[in-house]
Design a protein around this ligand. Sequence first.
Ligand code: GTP
Ligand code: SPV
Ligand code: MN
Length: 629
Amino acid sequence: NVAKDPSINNYEYMGKIPLLNSSTESLPPKVCSYIEECASLCCPKDIYICDGSDTEYEHLLNFLEKNGTISPLPKYENCWLARTNPADVARVEKRTFISTECKRDTIPIPCEGVIGELGNWISPRDMEKAILERFPECMKDRTMYVIPFSMGPVGSPFSKIGIEITDSAYVVCCMRIMTRIGKNVLETLGNDDFVKCLHSIGVPKSDSKIEINSSWPCDPERTIILHRPDKNEIVSYGSGYGGNSLLGKKCFALRIGSTIAKDEGWLAEHMLILAITDPKGRKRYITAAFPSACGKTNLAMLKPTLPGYKIECVGDDIAWMRFDQEGRLRAINPENGFFGVAPGTNCITNPNAMKTIFKNTIFTNVAATSDGGVFWEGMEEEISDDVEITDWRGKKWTRGSKTPAAHPNSRFCTPIQECPVIDPGWEDPAGVPIDVILFGGRRPEGIPLIYQARNWQHGVFIGASMRSEATAAAEYTDKVIMHDPFAMRPFFGYNFGHYLNHWLSMTKVKNAKVPAIFHVNWFRKNADGKYLWPGFGENSRVLDWILRRIDGEDIAVDSTVGLLPKSESFNLENLSKDVNMEELFSLPKSFWEKEVRDIREYFDMQVGDDLPAAIREELELLACNVDKL
Ligand code: GTP
Ligand code: SPV
Ligand code: MN
């Protein structure tokens, strides 16, 4: 056991369960009763309260190594590789539920006979039942870890505190990287309320058909992720994978976060936050919502190819935003680390990530090299030809093999402080002021590189109509174009129609100066299936146009979909490859007719009566414009 000190044999007990390293007296009473409640349900062997110290982290890593969950990567400093069960590699959207008394508080009611795609609802009674079917005695032979964590800088008015209770040491280690954990969180919390986060990797039923290895216990057949917004409660069972188990991230910061944000008048969004300084030395902040695995981490730490520009990173996945008294929208990144997609990351695409991730990092489901390093698709140029590669499942892998070496959703979990371009203001308790909001997705066809919303209402419509090609971040396997409004489809904590009203209402906040909204698409392809735009560092050209635009330069012209760059207004100097700008910005009529039909059908079938009239109005305007193409 990680914390067992042989000199201490007078444990304090919670019921009959030894409390390893703390006393009930040193814990806030509300925390104490939450621990008692979970302990009497899960019946762990013992209970350990995490303090967030280095020694604790070392103990936990040792324990995980002995257990075969992680192995060291001696090529780097304090880096580790975890291999999950192959059945536990991504978020499980179909097994994720929000529980409210009234179904319509959670999801819009879809058309009869249509399956709702905007979240899953469960009644409080069925949620209770799901818990009682899974949790009793599930921690019988395990330690129950208690993780006090803060989303946001400890003590910032933006920040919120949670207590995660888990039987996974891997989860504790990743939570220590991704959030701020430890004693000072408990001190700041005092006897206030907190978000209750219960997690267990679970124990499969005896008749389970999935092979489970002791190095990665899980229960994929019965995995379930439950949220109870009215009680600020999250219950997650059966999976150790990040998005299902690091409950501060998607479950708290987005699903529970968005419901708190609605009640308190702010926004909890699936957005990166970056600072950009232009050649004149002016610094502005931009947030961007792209669906999972569509380029947030890349843009957040972009190395601009345009001379004179500098980009610094505030966050790569989540933004909590609110208007201040002067009416400026301010954002914090509630996280403390990056849980980033590994494949595709290399010194050309994301040099700053490469400088970040080879220290104090836990990699999950990447491939390993015989010289003690890691490998994934996209790293071909970064390793020498003579090293041998072991794939993410632990099998020998050869170059040219048909299966990928790293799982497409393999990840690095790394402290944000290691990032060489971290913005000095990233922990400002007041947040950073946001001038621009970007929406975007993976659209191989029809959608131009960039266009601007004409106004806030049009911008909210653009967010609502976002679509993107499916990625490996969830359980989907086809490359279908999915609707993913605001990149939040898997993360809405309440009815999407109400969420749209909340966004629309932001113009009514006292003094509010709402940011300009743009839509970007780095992923348009030509007839041969090749990307039309080089992307990555060259995306700085798009940001340059955006900044000049908000500075009032006369460089935009209204079009069918919104404001497009005037020809010649785009800086293409020394662009690394020939780009067919005409094709990149074209608006094919048949494509847009179908797009309007698809969006209309989606709104009608999925959102129905909950769609705000203002959004319908924008759709009709777009339909009208497309007719005129
Ligand atoms: P989550 O962590 O799942 O929320 O994903 P994310 O939005 O942070 O995505 P990320 O930046 O990790 O990018 C995912 C994939 O998109 C990687 O394989 C990148 O290499 C690729 N990608 C990012 N930016 C670009 C771009 O500008 N062009 C192209 N072609 N690919 C890109
Ligand atoms: C995403 O899928 O958007 C992620 C990874 O950022 S996860 O933590 O799994 O949600
Ligand atoms: Mn994400």
